[in-house]
Design a protein around this ligand. Structure first.
Ligand code: ADP
Ligand code: MG
Length: 475
């Protein structure tokens, strides 16, 4: 099973093109907003020798994609099929427009009436991006020293509107900005007109409204909100005219006392493509950053998410202490990765009807651990195994087949397969040019022995932990 798991994780590159996987990558690399707004609309029509024919619904979308994302799009496609270096676009004029029937707009015009005439317009355009996710609220936001200020400031905004205006939250990716923004929207939407939108989407509607002469509706729509929540403002890098209009909308809202909350991946003064006077208005309220989560917060989040997931799945997910510790020690870069890691563990548990052990966890989370994985070399493994079995490295690498040398050699080969991403022939080469069939034989032998010989099993587990944690961080 481990091998098939490994295979699944490694199988992504072949000579054809799996568009679903490419799209998954778009989503991961560009983020959900950019993906949903633009890249999802690309449909693969043909794969040719070095180019792809892709359909998009409008010229506008094609231009937007090519002017902003094309280089990265091609790079991602190349990572799936290295021959591709060009994309041709076909405008698919008969594309269908999907309206979400459940989407009701709650925007009210100056006179207090629902803007009936605009309903189709708002439904089609803004309404569907104003989705506040009830699962991201203040109650399930875990607070620690790195995000305490951002949390408190966000809460304050919901208690007394306009205390900090605008509130500007910034951090690297996956630290909880969108979660907080969403929490603000969720707790205010009962009593206030709330607009929650990514800057990416905001700009899109902006351009679209200009093109379709619906600027008045656009202005009305945004200038009527009590609370404007704009996510990822760093994407607001449009042309002068757009910034001008945005500035007016922004200032009008502030002047009439509407609350504005913005998030970004950097502080206002680092927003390079945004006019100075807009930047300075951004800084005019309260600017707060969220730092990387420390070990304490990571541990709290892991506990909380496991208990939330257990409730959601109506049965307890018994992730062992060592797996939990491993995750919060190793996944340090963001809360998003931490949550992603837990979701994978849960998917594994569903597929195999049991929770993964530590070594399986390593395999499942391989790509998230890659920085650390590079630290594990076959040389390290050989050294530690030799120490543990009290043999010399020369003996391990010799061709002698004495029993007291064969076991440690097989163990080292097995661990090399488990703990590195080296291929079977590569591993063979590191063991005095042994054949890959020897490698397979060793792995199978040890897998079998681990089930029969408990002492050896424990010894290997200990070795594994030693190798993995050789760089500090003891559990
Ligand atoms: P950002 O907008 O900063 O990139 P998100 O708000 O999208 O990050 O957070 C990424 C994921 O991590 C989301 O699933 C979010 O719910 C979760 N998350 C982030 N911070 C916390 C936290 N303090 N407590 C609970 N979940 C969190
Ligand atoms: Mg975000």
């Amino acid at each position: 099973m481990k091998n098939s798991l490994n295979q699944n994780l490694n199988q992504k590159k072949d000579e054809t093109l799996n568009w679903d996987l490419v799209q998954e990558d778009f989503k991961t690399k560009f983020g959900n907003d950019v993906f949903e707004s633009w890249l999802k609309k690309m449909n693969l029509l043909e794969i040719n020798l070095d180019n792809l024919l892709i359909s998009v619904p409008t010229r506008f979308i094609r231009d937007w994609i090519t002017s902003r994302y094309l280089d990265n799009v091609i790079q991602i496609i190349k990572s799936h099929n290295k021959n591709i270096n060009r994309i041709e676009f076909k405008i698919n004029t008969v594309s269908k427009i999907t309206l979400d029937e459940n989407n009701t707009s709650n925007v009210i015009n100056n006179t207090g009436n629902v803007i009936d005439a605009n309903l189709a317009f708002t439904k089609d355009s803004f309404g569907q991006y104003n989705r506040i996710d009830p699962n991201k609220n203040f109650d399930n936001f875990v607070v620690g020293s790195s995000n305490n200020l951002a949390y408190e400031a966000s809460k304050k905004v919901t208690e007394s509107i306009s205390n900090y205006n605008p509130l500007y939250l910034y951090s690297g990716v996956g630290m909880g900005k969108t979660h907080l923004l969403n929490s603000i929207g969720f707790s205010l939407k009962k009593d206030k007109k709330v607009m929650f939108i990514s800057a990416e989407r905001f700009m899109y509607h902006f351009v679209k409204s200009i093109k379709s002469n619906e600027m008045i509706k656009f202005k009305d729509y945004f200038r009527n909100t009590d609370v404007l929540l704009i996510d990822d403002i760093q994407f607001m890098n449009g042309k002068e005219a757009l910034q001008e209009e945005f500035f007016h909308t922004f200032s009008t809202l502030l002047d009439k006392g509407s609350q504005i909350v913005l998030t970004a991946d950097r502080p206002p003064n680092k927003l390079s493509r945004i006019q100075e006077r807009i930047r300075s208005r951004f800084s005019g309220g309260l600017v707060v950053d969220i730092q990387n989560p420390d070990l304490n917060l990571r541990a709290e989040i892991v506990k909380k998410k496991i208990s939330d997931l257990s409730i959601l799945n109506s049965n307890k997910i018994d992730i062992s202490e060592d797996v939990q510790n491993f995750i919060c020690l190793e996944i340090k870069s963001s809360v998003r990765e931490l949550v992603g890691a837990l979701n994978r563990i849960v998917s594994f548990s569903r597929i195999y009807n049991r929770v993964p052990n530590l070594s399986e966890t390593r395999i499942i989370l391989k790509d998230l651990l890659n920085i650390n994985e590079n630290k594990v070399t076959i040389d390290d493994i050989q050294t530690m195994v030799c120490q543990s079995f009290k043999i010399s490295k020369n003996e391990m690498l010799s061709s002698r087949r004495s029993r007291y040398l064969v076991r440690p050699r097989q163990t080292a080969i097995y661990l090399a397969k488990m703990l590195t991403s080296k291929s079977l022939p590569e591993i063979g080469r590191c063991f005095s040019n042994r054949d890959h069939t020897t490698v397979i034989h060793s792995v199978k032998t040890i897998e079998k022995l681990r089930k029969q010989d408990n002492e050896l099993n424990i010894k290997i587990d200990n070795l594994k932990n030693k190798i993995l944690y050789k760089n500090g961080d003891e559990i």
